[in-house]
Structures are given as C-alpha cells and as structure tokens.
Design a protein around this ligand. Structure first.
Ligand code: AMX
Length: 435
C-alpha cells in the first residue's frame, strides 16, 4: 500500500541514523542479568527496543506514546460510532503518525480489497476434527496462507536487504485484511454448523467480524468488537507472543510463519488464555451465590479464597501498578450500554471489594484489575459465550501490533537473534569463583 510505504520510508533515514548512533555506544550496559532472573523467566531483563508500544506502570499501555484514553479520543471513529476504526489504529502502529479520517478509511478500504480468503485455507481447517481448539485452527489458517507471502517470493528472487520491510509490509496488510474473516470462519465452523456470511462492503474491519458471525448484527456488539480489537492490539515487544514473533521473524521467516508462531505462544494458559479463566471464575462466583451477592458476603468469600492461597484471575500485573486503563475503558462501555447484567455487576462489585483485601495481604505488587477482569463478561453479555474462542479474538487484534514490529525490525535491519546458553556446571563455577 503506497500510502503506508511512503510514510515509513520518509522516517527511515532518521531512525536508521539513531540506531547507528546507538550502536556506536555498543559497550554501554543497559542492565546486568542475575542468576535469579535466569531462573525466573528472564523477568525484567531489557532485551528489546520497541517504539511501537510501551507499558508504563502507572499509565498503562502507551501506543506510539499515547494512552488508551487519548487514543479513544484522537483516533478516527467508525461510522455512527464513538469507537476507533482499526484501520486508523493500524496506520498509527505501523506509520508512527496519528491518521486523518481519510487515511484511516484508506486502510479500511485496502483491507476490504484484500480480505477474501482462498478456499484451500478453509478446506484445510474443515478437515480437522471437530474438537480441535480454535487457536490451533487460527494458527493453521495463518500457516496455510503462507504460500501467499510476497516477502518469501521476492526473497527467493534475490531482493535487496534494504527492501525487506516493503514486502513484509505487503504481507502484513494482506494477512491483517483476512483476520476477521478467518476468525469468523472458525467461529461459525465450530459453533454455528459452518454457516458462511460474506464480509460486508459497508462495514469496517472490526464490525465485519461481528457481521460475519451473523447472530450479532447489533450496533452495540459491533462497538464491542471495535473496542476489544483496539485494546488488545499491542503490549510492548517482549511478552511471549511478541518476543516469539520477533525471534522467528529475525530468521527472515515471513509474516505468516512468524505470526503463527506468536499465536502458538498466545494460546498458552499463562498468556492469552487468562481471559477465559477469569470469566469462568466470575460465573462460578455468580452460581455459588445464585446471583449477585451482597458486598459483605463477597468479601468473606474472597478472603477465604485468598486465605487458601488461590489466585483471583484478572487481578495483578507483572508491570502495571494501577487499574489497567483497558479494564476501565471496557467498564465505562458496559456502564453506558449494558443494564441489569449480573456478571457485569459482579465485575464491578469485585473491583470495589478485592483490591483492598489483596493490598492487606501485603504480598501482591499490584492489587488492581487487569484487562482480563472484564473482557470475557462483555463478550458473554453479547452472546459470544464460547470461552475457548476468546483467545482468537485477542489474537487477531494482537497481530496488528506483531506485524508492525516485524516491518520495523526489517526496516531497521535488525539481525537474527542469537543469545547464548550456559550449563549448570558453568554457572556453579562462576558463582564459586566469585565467592
Ligand atoms: N490473587 C491472589 N493473589 C495474587 C494474585 C491474585 N490475582 N496475583 C498475585 N498474587 C500473589 C501471588 O500469588 C504472590 O504470592 P506468593 O509470593 O505467595 O506466591 C504475590 O501475590 C506476589 O505476586 P506479584 O509479584 O504481585 O505478581 P507477579 O508479577 O508474580 O504475577 C500475575 C503477576 C498477573 C501473573 C499474577 O498477579 C496473577 O497470576 N494474576 C492472576 C491471573 C491473571 O489475571 N492473569 C492475567 C495477566 C494479564 C495478562 O497478561 N493478560
């Protein structure tokens, strides 16, 4: 897409110059790695530079420097809606510029042109046993699309290294264009007897997902899609799915191979599956009380659960030290649009009750809710009740961020990743030598 290519190209000399100046300070130490960090998931070790998004402990996720509430204000809106167009968000992620309405619409238009999915992709998914997890089907669908990769073809033809990012950008737009259709196909195949609803030419990327799963031809659900896909689009460069995608693409694997790998990481229970855990927990609490409990009864219940050393899903965060603004944005949406839903009321009651209890325990670094404390309850309200599908929704949104990281990694000529491992003997000897 010429527009995006030109915008990135115009910024490249400055970015390449900045990277080259930083590399001239190659011996400068960013941080030391401790033994405990090695044994605790390299937690907190700064191994990536990402200018696309950053999680600030107090402000939450910043996308290209903007907070969630600024973005809800500034990004171009979908027609007849207060919610952002995914096309505008994608432009911002990729091009590092706040788009005009026209630019956001141009991305949406480009996506509409490229959204059709080859039949062989659908057929490969159809052949899988009915109980295959939807995330497996998403990853397979992306892999099946890999034969369409422009980057892989041009690489084989001997393209110049300086231009790798251009065909990765093509792949990025082609893949993202197809994601709502791919997700809707998986949803319909698994839960709606394989109905097929073609994409609408009048709807935006996000609303089209709602349209293609048919039952939810509802303006409010379209807005939930717009909000959800906006909120989950990126989360720094070093979480499991982002880092996996980056690592795989550093081997010059194309966008399809890299994003499928990222989705396989997202499918893990410690990463993208947390929102389904949280909804399950809310439903269990509701059923335990036979509806919405009194606050005092809920408090006793929560104290008992924490006393048994059980985790409350949706609370706590590795980096954040405040309520996740993505939780707040969804709660505000629910307060404006949803009346008398016990699960949503329970989300709010837990929010009023739990942080004080968690704080009293003195152990937790962040007693506030994260995005998952409400995600599932919103989808559930609008009828998307199949928990195991929620990670697919998360995934198709997150790919907007992942592909932006890939394009910029190639544009800044980042090399293949190759850290080093050592043996237990070596580590013991190093510590013994020090002591
Ligand atoms: N409920 C009860 N206790 C909790 C808790 C919770 N939600 N979160 C943390 N604690 C406890 C821990 O068990 C730990 O106790 P311990 O020392 O006895 O084992 C203590 O508080 C310290 O935890 P922490 O340093 O504040 O958290 P962390 O950085 O190690 O982990 C997280 C962060 C999110 C994994 C953790 O808070 C958690 O498991 N929360 C529940 C699951 C969840 O919501 N996951 C989604 C995360 C968001 C996302 O990435 N999608």
């Amino acid at each position: 897409m010429k527009l995006m290519e030109e915008r990135i190209e115009a910024q490249l000399p400055v970015w390449r110059e900045r990277v080259s100046r930083l590399r001239n300070n190659g011996d400068f130490k960013v941080c030391d790695v401790t033994v405990s960090q090695i044994y605790s998931g390299i937690r907190g070790v700064q191994i990536q530079v990402s200018d696309i998004s950053y999680v600030d402990p107090n402000k939450g996720i910043l996308i290209r420097g903007h907070t969630i509430s600024e973005l809800l204000d500034l990004l171009p809106k979908a027609k007849d809606s207060q919610m952002p167009l995914a096309g505008g968000l994608f432009f911002l992620l990729m091009c590092n510029e706040m788009p005009t309405n026209e630019e956001a619409e141009l991305v949406e238009e480009e996506w509409r042109k490229r959204c059709l999915i080859p039949t062989y992709v659908f057929n490969s998914i159809r052949r899988m046993p009915a109980d295959t997890h939807p995330m497996t089907l998403l990853s397979m669908g992306i892999m099946a699309l890999q034969r369409e990769s422009v980057f892989s073809k041009r690489y084989a033809e001997g393209m110049n290294k300086q231009d790798y990012w251009r065909s990765n950008l093509e792949d990025a737009i082609n893949l993202t264009a197809k994601l709502p259709g791919l997700a809707a196909f998986i949803y319909n195949l698994k839960y709606q007897d394989g109905i097929y609803v073609p994409p609408s030419t009048n709807l935006d990327w996000s609303a089209n997902f709602g349209h293609m799963i048919d039952r939810f031809k509802d303006q409010d659900y379209y807005d939930v899609c717009r909000l959800f896909f906006f909120l989950h689009s990126d989360h720094e460069g070093a979480n499991v799915s982002a880092h996996t995608t980056h690592l795989v693409s550093s081997a010059l694997s194309d966008v399809y191979l890299s994003c499928a790998a990222g989705m396989n990481g997202l499918a893990g229970p410690l990463h993208g599956l947390a929102n389904q855990e949280c909804l399950k927990w809310l439903i269990d609490v509701r059923d335990h009380f036979g509806g919405l409990p009194e606050q005092s009864a809920l408090e006793t219940f929560l104290r008992e659960q924490i006393g048994r050393g059980e985790l409350i899903p949706g609370y706590g965060h590795a980096v954040l030290r405040t309520t996740d603004p993505r939780f707040t944005a969804q709660l505000e949406f629910a307060n404006e649009n949803i009346k008398n839903d016990v699960l949503i009321q329970l989300v709010e009651l837990v929010y009023k009750t739990l942080p004080l209890i968690l704080r009293e325990s003195g152990k937790i670094s962040n007693p506030w809710p994260n995005v998952d404390a409400i995600n599932g309850a919103l989808q559930y309200h609008y009828g998307v009740t199949q928990y195991d599908f929620y990670t697919v929704l998360f995934g198709i949104s997150r790919i907007m961020g992942l592909v932006s990281h890939i394009v910029w990694a190639r544009a800044l000529l980042k090399p293949i990743e190759r850290p080093k491992s050592l043996t237990t003997d070596m580590l013991e000897a190093m510590i013994a030598g020090k002591n």
